[in-house]
Design a protein around this ligand. Structure first.
Ligand code: NAI
Length: 260
């Protein structure tokens, strides 16, 4: 049990990667706040955590709302005593060529991925500094934090932006014992990716099977999707790491799709 006595808040934790991270951190002894837009699904994840003997708290949190983020972070500290690990993970995907990309969609993407990362970081950092306990902030980036793909202008822009925020946080947080990391998965078979398969088939004019084989997994070394556990174990490793040796860095978890 590597995280006994720690409190973690994971955004977008009602589904997919966030859910896997939340349950993995809970298994290692952290009390985990499952923060999401979808309260019923967040409650179901907490039930799963509790069934495994862990401690969890479900929270409705829209990461694009400053007041909701501040309130959720305060509730976390009031209920569980501290905030030691923030996993800023909530995200969506909208795929379209630039010339057809609606400005509204661009703003929505940047709001969830970048405003959400900034607002949750700011809110958590205040408590991490005040408590003098320090902490770790982990962003769910993507291979698209390092690499571009057609039709993903807003996503690629936002995921690259997280690298900048993490690097600044590494420098500002150091004197307070706060560290930052970006975990960058390749394609993981979650609802976010399932939705893209038919969309990309249409954009590229190829079959769904070809999207999976060529577009998503074509550059991996083994033709395999990155798994939820691949990502969750990397987050756990970083959350439990004892020094600032790895702060400010990104870690690509992609079965060799992208090597830095
Ligand atoms: P998912 O669709 O399974 O889960 C995303 C969760 O975020 C949902 O529960 C949703 O309700 C929540 N969410 C959406 N907007 C929100 C908001 N404004 N406030 C709070 N919660 C919100 O997606 P998945 O695949 O688990 O993605 C999680 C993160 O991982 C995202 O940041 C995504 O960009 C990233 N990622 C995903 C990859 C994949 O292949 N699935 C690869 C690389 C990165």
């Amino acid at each position: 049990m590597k995280l006994v006595g720690k409190v973690a808040l994971v955004t977008g934790a009602a589904s997919g990667i966030g859910k896997a991270i939340a349950t993995t951190l809970a298994k290692e002894g952290a009390a985990v706040v499952v923060a999401d837009l979808n309260l019923d699904a967040a409650r179901a994840v907490v039930k799963e955590i509790e069934a495994g003997g862990g401690k969890g708290l479900a929270l409705v949190m829209d990461v694009t709302s400053e007041s909701a983020v501040e309130a959720g972070m305060q509730q976390t500290v009031d209920t569980l005593g501290s905030i030691d690990i923030l996993v800023s993970n909530a995200g969506i995907q909208i795929v379209n060529p630039i010339v057809e990309f609606k400005y509204e969609d661009w703003k929505k993407m940047l709001a969830i991925h970048l405003d959400g990362a900034f607002l949750t970081t700011k809110a958590a950092l205040k408590h991490m500094i005040a408590s003098k306990r320090g902490g770790t902030v982990i962003y769910t980036g993507s291979v698209h934090s390092h690499e571009a793909s057609p039709f993903k202008s807003a996503y690629v822009t936002a995921k690259h932006g997280l690298l900048g925020l993490a690097r600044v946080l590494a420098k500002e947080g150091a004197e307070h014992g706060v560290r930052s990391h970006v975990v960058c998965p390749g394609f993981v078979r979650t609802p976010l990716v399932e939705k893209q398969i038919p969309e990309q088939a249409k954009e590229f004019g190829i079959s769904e099977e070809e999207v999976v084989k060529k577009v998503m997994l074509g550059k991996t070394v083994d033709g395999e999707f990155t798994t939820l556990d691949d990502v969750a174990q990397t987050v756990l490793f970083l959350a439990a790491f004892g020094t600032a040796a790895l702060t400010g860095q990104s870690f690509v978890v992609s079965h060799g799709w992208f090597m830095q």
